[in-house]
Design a protein around this ligand. Structure first.
Ligand SMILES: O=c1ccn([C@@H]2O[C@H](COP(=O)(O)O)[C@@H](O)[C@H]2O)c(=O)[nH]1
Length: 238
């Protein structure tokens, strides 16, 4: 049984702050009904598991986005440790392969109580076709996302991290229950920064995405709460 999703928000705010006071100030203004939270490599490296535990204690659904990619035993142990923190979602790289993903799933299942969702990163949303080809894959990027999505499904995972641009095709390929988690979300007019495969929140929801990961357009704004509420409102009736 997976950890119950008590709150139905589809927005996951990427908490990529280097200053814990700023992160705490942002969190003090929101509540778990409004959004879920993602802790990635920066905040985890700076502030560690105590920061994750704190967010879980505040009743937020936390996505621990450390994108594990290593030999099966190492990834399995890391996933087990993540599950013990009480997070709602954790991820690995699908490129780690079926044996690694199955080991991660089994490790998470071995933890008593409800378990986190386990998702797999397909092709990073910062990649465009040219950057992707430069690392030597023979498939097109969309074929590769599809291939890794199928591999994640075969390995028993709950969903994938992909770009919203691939969501329609992945929904057809992977069915209605498989979770589609999409970074690279940019409200109209926002800077794309290092993201290549982007989509607006409204279009992403209409493409069948389950969860929108949004970082800088909210966290770097002078009015983060206002931006978050506007995005939340814009997808409410979709
Ligand atoms: O393919 C991926 C996988 C993960 N990410 C993470 O999502 C956020 C996006 O932040 P923005 O500021 O909205 O660009 C960030 O934490 C990434 O590590 C991703 O962007 N793409």
């Amino acid at each position: 049984m997976t950890i119950q999703d008590k709150y139905d928000s589809k927005i996951i705010v990427a908490l990529d702050f280097d200053d814990i006071r700023k992160a705490r100030s942002f969190i003090s203004k929101i509540d778990p009904n409004l959004c879920k939270l993602k802790v990635g490599k920066e905040m985890f490296t700076l502030f560690g598991p105590d920061w994750v535990r704190y967010l879980v204690e505040q009743d937020f659904s936390v996505f621990l986005d450390l994108k594990f990619f290593d030999i099966p035993n190492t990834v399995a142990k890391a996933c087990k440790a993540a599950a013990q923190l009480g997070v709602w979602m954790v991820d690995v790289h699908a490129s780690g392969g079926e044996v690694m993903m199955r080991a991660a799933q089994e490790a998470i299942d071995s933890v008593s109580g409800p378990r986190p969702l386990l998702t797999a990163v397909t092709v990073l949303t910062s990649f465009d076709e040219q950057q992707y080809q430069s690392i030597g894959y023979h498939r097109t990027m969309e074929q590769q996302v599809k291939h890794l999505g199928k591999l994640a499904e075969l390995s028993g995972l709950d969903g994938i991290v992909c770009s919203a641009q691939e969501a329609n095709a992945m929904r057809v390929e992977l069915g209605p229950e498989f979770k589609l988690v999409t970074p690279g979300i940019r409200p109209a007019g926002s800077a794309t920064e290092d993201q290549s495969r982007v989509m607006t929140p409204e279009m992403a929801i209409q493409s069948g995405v389950d969860y929108l990961v949004i970082g800088r357009p909210i966290t770097q704004s002078s009015e983060p709460l206002k931006v978050l509420c506007e995005i939340s409102e814009s997808i409410k009736s979709l």
